[in-house]
Design a protein around this ligand. Structure first.
Ligand code: NA7
Length: 538
């Protein structure tokens, strides 16, 4: 491994050039492996390349949502806002690609269609298709899936969807040139994070905005603001310590938030409300940091949920609209949203809310959206309907091991060992795959841990002259049971979230991520230290 090879033969092929693919490529090159990355988009950035909808912004603070592997990089890059917007995060990804000279090993506008493992050569043959329709085969010993957890859009099959005569957009594949809604009647379908961020911005432009809501959303003010030079300097002076502390946090970030422990249900109600109020005024994930049992104890959870409902009642003038906006599920069981004026937007005369929880959208007509026999006539439709999360992009690639394809292996839902490997698909790794903390964390913390683990694994295999690694079925079965057991200790499985695949009709209902980053990272390290326990090496 590592010797100069032909242009169609590499130690590793990486699928995707978002934050996972970029760091994987850099790491492999640093360790002397040859690698090629394929990216369907025209540039780096992954999620942040595609999600260009108005108001798109990260929900983890920019000083934390950034790579930690290069102290020089983290010192030189200047974040301008508390929560970086999509354009700034994309510029950061582009800067990383240039700074580490990564582009020369990435083929853009190229989709990986299939990957077939051959036991005779102990390697993968990867078939790609470029922009011009040219197909090409590339060979590699390892296949590393860095395809992202929120990269396969979910566009519901509403009857008549294609008959709509106006323009339709999905927040996850937004036009690069932007969209001008001035003077337009616009429908927004969905009220997840993308909708919560974009609705206030679109409402300022549109003649009328009609929001179709299936499940009401909990959202906390982001209180986004420009970063001051002093706070940036303080973080930069202590970056190593902050990164290390974040790796000890359940979500891989937030070590700097003031945190409480104990049970919210047992706290003094006046003190608890004062704590909620203070955290509401700070904004973001801080809101659920006052007590440690919000996702373990339904009574505690209800205290935080009820506080948000009071805020909605106090903010939204029309009582009927306010009631519709009040969620009833467990708070935090779908990823909490952060907004800049979301609930306030429903006080505007040009915004209306349509409940589609009991009466679903019947059809899309040439002129708009029909619900319960009522036609809502619009010029444009915005689908803020989310993603076939975590497994969608993996399953779009036809990956085939010696005896089984990924589709067959996951017919009854995703099964992995450590969220990193799949029995039946040797020499394949999944970065932030199902069964790892991934979307329950600061994604960059999780990505770095996975990339570093995979890099070290490949070094060990090379040093020992081994060519093949595969998760055993027994280790995978035990891991799946473990993930389910941990999830069942929490309130996460109680609501219809995309963590469970519940947003995509027909998708198997399995809780996909694993709560708790630090114990997970320790388990991965222990597996490696224990001669890759649970993997068959050959
Ligand atoms: P989400 O959070 O999955 O939101 C999608 C929204 O679309 C959500 O409100 C869904 O309602 C709604 N939806 C989906 N299908 C339908 C149909 N058929 N009819 C009506 N409404 C529908 O995706 P986002 O892009 O907002 O955010 C994804 C993540 O990105 C987010 O969690 C952050 O981590 C960043 P539902 O709730 O399923 O009833």
């Amino acid at each position: 491994m590592g010797a100069a090879l032909q242009d169609d033969q590499f130690d590793a092929v990486i699928v995707g050039a978002g934050f996972a693919g970029l760091y994987m490529l850099h790491t492999l090159r640093e360790h002397g492996f040859t690698a090629r990355a394929f990216e369907v988009a025209g540039d780096v950035g992954g999620t942040w390349y595609w999600n260009r909808y108005p108001g798109a912004r990260c929900d983890v603070e920019s000083l934390e949502y950034s790579y930690s592997f290069s102290p020089e990089l983290e010192q030189e890059w200047e974040w301008t806002e508390r929560y970086a917007g999509q354009p700034e995060i994309l510029r950061y990804a582009q800067h990383v690609a240039d700074r580490f000279d990564l582009r020369r090993d990435i083929r853009f506008d190229t989709r990986v269609q299939s990957a077939v493992f051959d036991d005779a050569t102990t390697g993968w043959t990867i078939t790609t298709r470029d922009h011009d329709g040219n197909e090409r085969a590339t060979h590699s010993q390892f296949l590393i899936m860095a395809v992202g957890c929120l990269s396969s859009t979910n566009l519901p099959e509403f009857p008549g969807r294609d008959s709509f005569a106006g323009a339709s957009y999905h927040t996850g594949t937004w036009p690069h040139e932007g969209v001008d809604f001035t003077g337009k009647r616009v429908a927004v379908i969905g009220t997840g994070s993308s909708a919560v961020q974009s609705i206030p911005v679109m409402a300022e432009q549109a003649a009328h905005l009609t929001v179709f809501q299936r499940t009401a959303t909990y959202t906390v003010p982001a209180h986004n603001r420009p970063l001051g030079p002093d706070e940036v300097a303080e973080v930069k002076a202590n970056y190593r310590a902050l990164r290390a502390a974040n790796r000890q946090m359940s979500g891989g970030f937030g070590a700097w938030f003031p945190r409480g422990d104990g049970s919210a249900a047992e706290a003094d109600p006046a003190e608890r409300d004062a704590d909620f109020e203070a955290r509401w005024n700070v904004g973001g994930f801080t809101y659920l940091g006052g007590y440690s049992d919000f996702l373990l104890n339904a009574a505690s959870n209800e205290t935080a949920a009820e506080f948000v409902r009071h805020k909605i009642a106090a903010t939204v003038h029309d009582p009927e609209t306010a009631a519709l906006l009040m969620p009833s599920h467990v708070i935090g069981c779908k990823r909490l949203c952060f907004d800049s004026g979301y609930y306030e937007t429903f006080n505007r005369p040009n915004v209306s809310l349509v409940d589609v929880s009991r009466q679903p959208i019947e059809e899309i007509t040439p002129t708009g959206v029909r619900v319960g026999g009522v036609d809502y006539e619009v010029d444009d439709i915005v689908y803020a309907t989310g993603f076939d999360a975590m497994t969608g992009s993996l399953l779009k690639i036809n990956a085939r091991g010696p005896a089984v394809s990924l589709q067959e292996a996951w017919e009854a839902g995703p099964r992995t060992y450590l969220g990193l490997a799949v029995h039946g698909l040797p020499n394949m790794f999944t970065i932030s795959g199902p069964g790892s903390p991934s979307v329950l964390t600061n994604m960059i913390t999780s990505i770095e841990q996975h990339v570093e683990w995979i890099g070290e694994c490949l070094i060990q295999l090379r040093a020992r002259g081994l060519r093949r690694i595969e998760a055993t079925e027994a280790a995978q079965d035990a891991w799946v049971d473990y993930v389910n057991m941990v999830a069942d200790m929490t309130l996460f499985p109680t609501c219809n979230s995309w963590y469970l695949g519940a947003n995509v009709p027909g998708k198997t209902r399995v809780f996909m991520p694993l709560p708790g980053f630090p114990p997970y990272a320790e388990q991965c390290a222990a597996v490696a230290a224990n001669d890759y326990e649970g993997f068959a090496l050959a």
